[in-house]
Ligand binder design. Sequence first.
Ligand code: LMR
Length: 331
Amino acid sequence: MNKTLSGLCALLLCFTTASFAEEKTFLIKFSHVVAEDTPKGQGALLFKQKVEERLAGRVQVEIYPNASLFNDSDEMQALLDDKVQMLAPSLAKFSPYTPKLQVFDLPFLFDDEEAVSRFQKSPKGRQLLSAMAQQGITGLAYWHNGMKQLAATRALQQPSDAAGLSFRIQPSPVIESQFARLGAKAVGMPFADTPNALRAGTIQGTENTWSNIHSQNYVEQLSYITETNHGSLNYMLVTNSRFWFSIPHETRTELESIIDEVTFEVNRAAEQQNQADRERLLAGGKAQLTSLDAATRDAWREAMRPVWQQFEEQIGKDVIGAAERAIRRNR
Ligand code: LMR
């Protein structure tokens, strides 16, 4: 083949591939482990609705809630294998991929979701969205859930009250260490396995947000809830980088605009949803609430705080320092 002819063939191939990408419908399978009436569940549905309105024929979205497609123990591998194209795992679940995101689980670092938000919007917070780029994972946005509370089979007023109990945790070295500081046992297990473990009595407590505690009906076994607000549970909306960058630029830009809008809505509504679930739970009559006065909350902070030092090197002093500065900005 002479040079001109092979040049023409290459051009034709390029043109055909490009127009094929333009015409192809991209399927986004979005898997998650929580109920639909939670901040993440609602966010996923809103994303699907907006994509259907604005990108019909170009992008299709299928949502799989309640771990109906993948559990949180295998969803990240499924993303890397392109079996799902979008997930929003809690930040605690990324520790096998980057130690840096563990900053979000340091107990008593963030007082509320406002503080979490300030850090996420700071330059360092934005930078952390790319912390897993090397592994082929692109962070698209942070989604809020809320602050975590403790639920147990007995009242937890003082930190020492947790000693000897087994708590289900999200698999996370920081959270494991947090419970070790209390003399409790931490049992890492997928979210969807927790109700069975509670029924079997192999665990006697857990930590989670009001929305997850309520939607999973933990109160059937764990009627004592201590309002510690000791840490936050937030998500990173992630995608498989190879998949993401195979989407034509114009379509991808529209998807990014949709994600910005959905993120704004999720983060605006999450606090309200958690407070509504708190009220529903307490009105249900089965939950017994323990509130902490300032001195007792300080005792919980002191008990858990050594975890910071243990993980400072892994997470990076620069990351923790940036979080502290962002938090202080509004104090
Ligand atoms: C958990 O495992 O407790 C949470 O990460 C579940 C979730 O996605 O909110």
